[in-house]
Design a protein around this ligand. Structure first.
Ligand code: ADP
Ligand code: MG
Length: 256
């Protein structure tokens, strides 16, 4: 299950993931290979008569363990890019490699497994299931991955503590604040120990203070869980927490 060269806990090395368990065995240079490699991505939408060229040749790499912010005005292609990186959509041209896997080589089931086990998604609108309580929401990805109830319950409790919601396990989304709901969504995204977190304007529905707290939580889990994150935001205050900022404009990336 785990990468060939990494033990489960290896102390102080900054490159060593603490709680990682997924990924493919036997991919090239596991320690140094970037988690995300995007090469010359193009994506157009045909809307009515005109085509919209949302991405026009986007390339970048994200090394393991980084928190990368993706900024750009509304309509600049951030969501389009995140969907391609997360295997929710496929490019017209170009290549996406996630954790050593070329997404073009995956069938629908393979993409489903990737999205379930190796990528965690966080959305602006939280995306929690209203009739399930916080603990049950966090447990959903593990149910889908057939994790035993005992292991699932243990990890749900650990994740709820990690996001500061141990005392709110039994509350449904409607009984939680927006910031708390997003914390539940972060815990859920981490459930199957993904290599990559993808967050699409995770603070977009939160006030500035709550948004900053959520971004700081993302910053903290990237460090503590050894996960890598790609976070779209147009909130300038949050960009300072990123290791690197990529900017999308006119469908191309400029790095800062
Ligand atoms: P952002 O997330 O930065 O706001 P998007 O990726 O959502 O940008 O959109 C990029 C461009 O592609 C915009 O011009 C948008 O209108 C267009 N677009 C996005 N999704 C679709 C779609 N499903 N059909 C047609 N046009 C789309
Ligand atoms: Mg968007």
């Amino acid at each position: 299950m785990s990468r060939s060269s990494s033990g489960s806990t290896t102390g102080s090395s900054t490159a060593a993931p603490a709680l990682r368990g997924n990924g493919q065995a036997g991919v090239e240079e596991p320690a140094r290979a970037p988690i995300v490699r995007v090469e010359n991505l193009h994506r157009s939408y045909s809307s009515g008569a005109a085509a919209v060229h949302a991405l026009r040749g986007v390339s970048f790499e994200i090394p393991r363990g980084e928190l990368v912010a993706l900024k750009g005005r509304s309509g600049s292609g951030k969501t389009t890019l995140l969907n391609l990186v997360g295997g929710l959509d496929s490019p017209d041209e170009g290549r996406v490699t996630v954790d050593g896997t070329d997404l073009a080589g995956l069938c629908e089931d393979g993409l489903l497994a990737l999205r379930r086990d190796r990528v965690g998604f966080i959305f602006q609108s939280f995306g929690l299931i209203p009739i399930l309580n916080a603990a049950e929401n966090v447990g959903v990805p593990m149910r889908l991955s057939k994790v035993s109830p005992r292991r699932r319950e243990g990890r749900v409790a650990l994740l709820l503590s990690l996001v500061g919601l141990a005392d709110h396990a039994a509350q449904r989304p409607g009984e939680l604040s927006g910031g708390q709901q997003q914390r539940v969504a972060i815990a859920r995204a981490l459930a199957n120990r993904p290599a990559l977190l993808i967050a699409d304007e995770p603070t977009g529905q939160l006030d500035a203070e709550t948004g900053l707290a959520v971004m700081e939580l993302l910053r903290a889990v990237v460090r503590s869980e050894g996960v890598t994150a790609l976070v779209a935001t147009h909130d300038a205050q949050l960009l300072g927490l990123a290791d690197r900022v990529l900017e999308l404009s006119d469908g191309v990336i400029t790095e800062h």
